[in-house]
Design a protein around this ligand. Structure first.
Ligand SMILES: *Cc1c(COP(=O)(O)O)cnc(C)c1O
Length: 362
């Protein structure tokens, strides 16, 4: 069945990107691969706003999210938690046998910089995890304010997930002092899943070098050593690296500022549609994500019925709520390659489907 995804990941992938993947294989230790790998660095470093290397990991984002903990947490990590992904990061830290503290906010609330400062001041932490854009609740925390707090604690390595906000707005790794900045391929970059892209500061690498149990697959030191030769530690997902090459061309052609402006405009268009139709934004309005809108189901509509109409009649899919918010919220992505025209089409379909959608029972 052919339908278009407006769920916040994976999202729709353009034909151009799909075609880019269908190229002949090259050896991952060949000069062709080295040339490909090195050719991507300038655009990646521009997107990360960094002078540090940008590494390519054949894994979904969770690989690097877990790997970062194994590399840099020696004493105790503080996990900033305000939604499904950030909550899980705490669980993952514990599963890795790390000492982990929890800085909790209500789902839909941003991470509170003042609370972060108070907790770090109690001492004992050597790393922090933060999700910039909590995709489960459509909540975007104030990254500059949080990084200003983290810069007060030089012993604390910051690990920042920008899976659903990367390239949606400027995220200035070096200027903000982010140690490990990571994203995934299937969300804001509008590629198929399977590639995680990340950059690490020299002090994160220095910390990693001291960790005796950092393993192999996500070893930062291995990534750096191979990077110096224009390679990855193990055989990478070469089709997705071709897709990345194609996507970076797209981004360069559009221009970063235009890309940021497009995301902001399309996000506001969808948000205004929600407001007009009686749906309150789920997160605090000032912290609403720029890459998706998570609406509270304030009209108590039957969300599975809505999605069924959307899918069968309009060949579109939105998300009916993540985890404990299933049925209580719905999420619409505006990240990736969406345009004024594709969003207008989506909203027209939503209007039509909504008129047929019954109220939820029970
Ligand atoms: C989707 C998502 C992840 C997990 O990504 P995987 O590709 O499933 O590993 C992590 N963080 C955020 C913010 C996400 O939106």
């Amino acid at each position: 069945m052919n339908y278009k995804l407006f769920i916040p990941g994976p999202i729709a992938v353009s034909d151009k990107t799909l075609r880019a993947m269908a190229q002949p294989m090259i050896g991952h230790r060949s000069t062709d691969f080295v040339a490909l790998y090195r050719s991507l660095q300038p655009d990646l470093q521009a997107l990360f706003y960094t002078k540090d290397p940008v590494y390519l990991s054949t894994s979904s984002a969770w690989g690097v999210m877990e790997g970062a903990l194994r590399n840099v947490v020696q004493k105790k990590v503080l996990n900033c938690m305000n939604g499904a992904f950030s909550d899980k990061w705490n669980d993952v830290a514990l599963r890795c046998g790390k000492q982990a503290g929890a800085l909790r906010s209500e789902w839909g609330q941003p991470v509170d910089p003042a609370a972060l400062r108070r907790e770090l001041a109690t001492g004992g932490y050597d790393a922090v995890t933060l999700i910039h854009n909590e995709t489960s609740t459509g909540t975007m925390s104030d990254l500059p304010a949080i990084m200003a707090v983290l810069r007060e604690f030089p012993e604390v390595i910051s690990i920042v997930d920008t899976v659903s906000s990367f390239s949606v707005l400027p995220i200035k790794k070096d200027e903000l002092g982010i140690d490990i900045l990571l994203t995934g391929s299937q969300k804001a970059l509008a590629m198929p899943p399977g590639l995680s892209i990340f950059s690490a500061s020299p002090r994160a690498l220095a910390r990693a070098a001291l960790a005796k149990d950092r393993g192999y697959y996500f070893d930062l030191v291995e990534f750096q050593k191979n990077h110096e030769n224009g390679m990855t530690p193990s055989t990478p997902v070469i089709p997705l690296i071709y897709a990345l090459q194609s996507k970076l061309e797209d981004i360069r052609a559009e221009g970063l500022e235009a890309r940021y402006a497009r995301h902001k405009r399309l996000n506001e268009t969808v948000r205004a549609w929600g407001r007009t139709n009686g749906f309150k934004l789920f997160p605090a309005e000032a912290y609403g994500s720029l890459s998706l809108n998570c609406f509270a189901n304030t009209r108590n509509i039957d969300l599975p019925a809505l999605n069924k109409i959307l899918k069968t009649k309009h060949h579109l899919v939105i998300d009916g709520g993540y985890g404990k918010l299933k049925g209580k919220t719905f999420r619409i992505s505006n990240m990736g390659d969406e345009t004024d025209a594709t969003i207008a089409e989506l909203l027209k379909a939503l209007d039509s489907a909504l008129a047929e959608t019954p109220v939820a029972t029970g």
